[in-house]
Design a protein around this ligand. Structure first.
Ligand code: 0X9
Ligand code: ZN
Ligand code: ZN
Length: 421
């Protein structure tokens, strides 16, 4: 009897700790602020830096989306009133979005699908299942090991020799869950679809897909803080943890204010280029197969944008016209889908903001992958990073339609010539 009480008591403590250790966002709001210029954008970014009460969801030269704790709403209102900036509520209670996202968890973790979001263990099990089922055309990619010692896994899909290669990086930012849901859906589609165009897309290109790059951060978003973005490597002499892996690549690192030197900032670039093991690992892998790669796409959310180089400078890349033509093809194809989702496009610096050390700039400039993009998937802010599970499949269908048109245009423009022998 005594031991039973002990068991129950420790169970209660365990459960209490389990829920208490999860960060909650009760009555946190997300506001949309329409900015008129870069100065105003930067002003709001400054407000968001270094504070647990503010968290930047999106920042562009037209709009800034900022999450605010209930205590600081007044502060933001006073601030924006002083500069006569209009303030609109986009999300009235972030916690209720997070709770809604969990509601669809009726199925257990072991039956994989795309009507809910899954933890890393389930994504890995899905990959194993695919590898076991299609051994002739798939192979496991071992990207490397994360700071916390997790394996970073990828999958190669190759139906024949001599294909041009397409690399997909996904979930480098921990909270962008829709990216790995889309990556796994595409993997499944490439192996099971009977659609003629999809078969041709799958079989005439080598696909290298890494569904979750930032594995530590991803696990952290599931277990502790849904809104985590960065890696989980501690920073010397700082109480803040992690760097922005999409500012950590060794290409014009930290130039032109495209990243932050403040370890507490969401866009902290790290102590040096490739200081984050996950970034170093994927860079080494990409470099090892760069002759085989014609296209690289980094999956992000949100904003519905296709972004080409450069992020670190406002200068236009030499094949800018082609980069835009391919992006336009993606955008038009998605718009023609029943959902009518609209994607805009441009260079990262022009269409979004200055960002140095990002994957696609590095791939373009340092690895000579001439079609390198960042895609920001759904939505434009109604749900932001917490895209409801009912939108997963529509979003995936959009992505496939977009990719079909993207690759077709790339081929027309001569970008799919194989570079290896
Ligand atoms: O800021 C980022 O890293 C990306 N946006 S996100 O909201 N997903 O964080 C955009 C990066 C685009 N810039 C470059 N590729 N340089
Ligand atoms: Zn430079
Ligand atoms: Zn991102």
């Amino acid at each position: 009897m005594k031991s039973l009480i002990l068991v129950i008591a420790s169970l209660v403590i365990f459960l209490a700790l389990g829920s208490a250790s999860k960060v909650r966002y009760d009555n946190f709001k997300v506001f949309k602020i329409r900015t008129k210029n870069v100065e105003q954008q930067q002003m709001i970014e400054k407000l968001a830096a270094n504070s647990e009460n503010f968290n930047l969801w999106h920042s562009g030269n037209k709009e800034v989306h900022i999450m605010v704790s209930p205590q600081k709403v007044i502060h933001l209102q006073n601030y924006t009133r002083a500069y006569s900036l209009p303030l609109e509520v986009m999300v009235s209670n972030v916690q209720s979005l997070i709770d809604g996202e969990q509601l669809s968890k009726s199925t257990d973790d072991s039956t994989f699908g795309w009507t809910r979001y899954y933890p890393l263990s389930a994504i890995e099990a899905f990959l194993d299942e695919i590898l076991a089922k299609y051994p002739a055309v798939t192979s496991a990619i071992d990207i490397g090991t994360s700071y916390e010692g997790r394996k970073i896994r990828g999958i190669k899909i190759s139906y024949k020799e001599g294909n041009p290669g397409i690399f997909i990086e996904s979930n480098i930012h921990a909270r962008e869950w829709i990216t790995s849901a889309t990556a796994t859906w595409l993997i499944n589609e490439f192996l099971t679809s009977t659609d003629e165009d999809v078969r041709s897309l799958a079989e005439n290109h080598d696909w290298y897909i890494v569904p979750v790059l930032n594995v530590d951060g991803f696990v952290y978003t599931h277990d502790t803080d849904r809104m985590w973005r960065k890696t989980r490597q501690p920073v010397n002499f700082s109480s803040c943890i992690g760097a922005d892996p999409n500012r950590n690549f060794d290409s014009h690192w930290m130039e032109n204010n495209g990243a932050s030197a403040d370890p507490c900032a969401q866009t902290y670039a790290g102590t040096e280029p490739f200081s984050e093991p996950e970034v170093k690992a994927i860079a080494d892998y990409i470099a090892s197969i760069k002759e085989r790669l014609n296209i690289l796409i980094a999956f992000h959310s949100y904003g519905q944008l296709l972004l080409s180089p450069y992020g670190w400078t406002g200068d236009l890349p030499s094949n800018y016209d082609d980069l835009m033509a391919v992006a336009e093809a993606y955008s038009n194809a998605v718009k023609a889908m029943p959902y009518g989702t609209e994607y805009t496009y441009g260079t990262s610096s022009g269409a979004l903001y200055f960002a140095s050390g990002a994957t696609n700039d590095w791939a373009y400039s340092e690895q000579d992958i001439r079609l390198s993009y960042t895609i920001e998937f759904r939505d434009t802010g109604r749900f932001g990073f917490i895209l409801p599970p009912v939108q997963i499949i529509p979003q995936c269908e959009d992505a496939l339609a977009g990719l079909l048109a993207f690759v077709k245009k790339a081929d027309e423009l001569g970008y799919l010539e194989v570079k290896y022998t």
